[in-house]
Design a protein around this ligand. Structure first.
Ligand SMILES: *Cc1c(COP(=O)(O)O)cnc(C)c1O
Length: 358
């Protein structure tokens, strides 16, 4: 039997583990921040129709520039954006990878503010880019001062700001983004994977004019209920889009993906109709966990990180035995839970209350 260590693997990959949130078939799956609501039948029908139409041309390569999709994404985002300022890939993870391929590389440094999205360090590793987590303040909040300090100290080529932050849920003020942009000559990436769940919009898209090094990453995987389709996108200066073209694989977005995403964007309003309910469940989780004696962090996303868990590994396993999958992100005494439907949220809260009583 050959094992990894027998192969002439790149040194930087030796002993590493792949990304591995468990994929288990359980009744209540609240571990990877999907929108757990089902899509309306009418939307599914339209997606199937458009994908079927795309099948007729599937002997040919797809539109390499996916112009129709970029126009649709620009229209969805508003702010007067045009398709020239939009880019897309198979999930925002691929967008981030392309950013690292274009602006990272050997001898270059990327920083995030930890704890933050675990894929940043993994994507940096794959692109041979050094990565480090700068510190956050009290209760994982960030301030312009902390951002400025970290950039002055480390002189990064890429700054990653997750807004709101995964896994903590912490909102990020536009002040912090402006401070980051002024403090560096490098690339500033704002990862807005959960932007649609924010109580008040503080999207960094409003900061784009006059800031060609500012990149805003978005995804259809979360609020849009489209995780399985793998569509992430970027809003930035057209020159940044040109940089993405240098590193993307030709025809990286399949004709099926383009058709499905265009159909979904035609139904944006219906797909986002569940966001209000999800916010209600998120705020309910914060409130009820607080009342149960846990210490939930404030969240602008569709999940809640909560402290006060004596033995997270044990609680994770006990919840799983009751058919409920949450996430242990490895922060001591915490667990993270996605806000699902009202029924799923009730199942989680009731199961946790039962465990507490025993
Ligand atoms: C889920 C998530 C993404 C989205 O990844 P996709 O590849 O678009 O599915 C990006 N950033 C953060 C912080 C996330 O939590």
């Amino acid at each position: 039997m050959t094992s990894l260590s027998d192969l002439p693997l790149r040194d930087s990959l030796r002993g590493r583990e792949p990304y591995g949130a468990p994929q288990l078939n359980v009744p209540v799956s609240l571990n990877v921040n999907e929108n757990t609501h089902e899509l309306p039948d009418a939307v599914i029908k339209d997606i199937v129709k458009r994908v079927g139409e795309a099948a007729h041309g599937i002997n040919r390569y797809p539109d390499r520039e996916f112009e129709a999709l970029r126009e649709a994404l620009a229209k969805y985002l508003g702010h007067g954006l045009t398709g020239k300022q939009l880019w897309a890939a198979n999930g925002s993870n691929e967008v981030l990878q392309q950013i690292f391929q274009a602006f990272g590389g050997p001898g270059r440094l990327a920083i995030g503010f930890g704890p933050t999205y675990s894929m940043y360090s993994l994507i940096a590793l794959g692109a041979d880019t050094e990565y480090l987590d700068a510190p956050r303040g009290e209760r994982y909040e960030l301030t312009p001062e902390l951002v400025r300090e970290a950039i002055a100290k480390n002189q990064p080529n890429i700054v990653l700001l997750c807004s709101p932050n995964n896994p903590t849920g912490t909102p990020l003020s536009l002040d912090c983004i402006e401070a980051a942009y002024e403090a560096t000559d490098g690339i500033v990436v704002v990862d807005e994977a959960y932007a649609e769940f924010a109580n008040e919009s503080h999207s960094a898209i409003s900061l784009l004019p006059g800031r060609p090094r500012l990149l805003i990453s978005r995804t259809m995987s979360k609020a849009f209920a489209f995780a399985g389709a793998r569509v992430g996108y970027l809003a930035a200066d057209p020159a940044v889009v040109d940089a993405m073209r240098l590193v993307r694989l030709p025809y990286h977005l399949s004709a099926f993906t383009q058709a499905a995403a265009e159909a979904a964007l035609d139904h944006a309003e219906e797909l986002l109709a569940t966001v209000g309910d999800i916010r209600v469940q998120r705020d309910r989780i914060v409130r009820e966990l607080g009342a149960m004696g846990f210490d939930p962090y404030r969240s602008d996303a569709n999940f809640v990180l909560f402290a006060g868990v004596k033995d997270p590994t044990r609680t994770f396993t006990d919840l799983l035995a009751k058919g409920i999958l949450v996430r242990n992100v490895g922060i001591p005494n915490t667990l993270r839970v996605t806000a699902g439907t009202e029924a799923e949220t009730s199942a989680f809260l009731e199961a946790l209350a039962e465990l507490q009583a025993n």
